[in-house]
Design a protein around this ligand. Sequence first.
Ligand code: THU
Length: 127
Amino acid sequence: MTDSELIMLAEKAMENAYAPYSKFKVGAALLCTDGKVFTGCNIENSSFGATNCAERTAIFKAVSEGCRSFEAIAIVSSGGGETYPCGICRQVMGEFAPNLRIILKNSEGKLTQYKFMDIMPNFFSLN
Ligand code: THU
């Protein structure tokens, strides 16, 4: 699975985004170390706090299917530019995958990758 392929799967997942309130659609594709891919989209709610981000949708799908070892996540949005994961999603990433690679696409179509620990150092854990 190449980074470009993972981005394409995130773009496909974004088509299912349910974002009637913000109109901001997000898609994510999570690559597990065993090669499986889980995708996710944001799912909003009229009680705004009940909204689930695309990244957490993908991670929770994977964990609920028994996958907890992750290599990379691709994230795209209807905003067009690089869409960084929110703080809550970063905290969830840290729980399972502090070595995660985060693949983003900018408005010119160029891919950039970030190491999770570079964008979320010292995340909370019970240690
Ligand atoms: N959103 C995500 O799906 N992922 C993020 O990392 C940040 C925000 C969604 C939540 C909401 O549906 C919309 O983007 C606007 O905040």
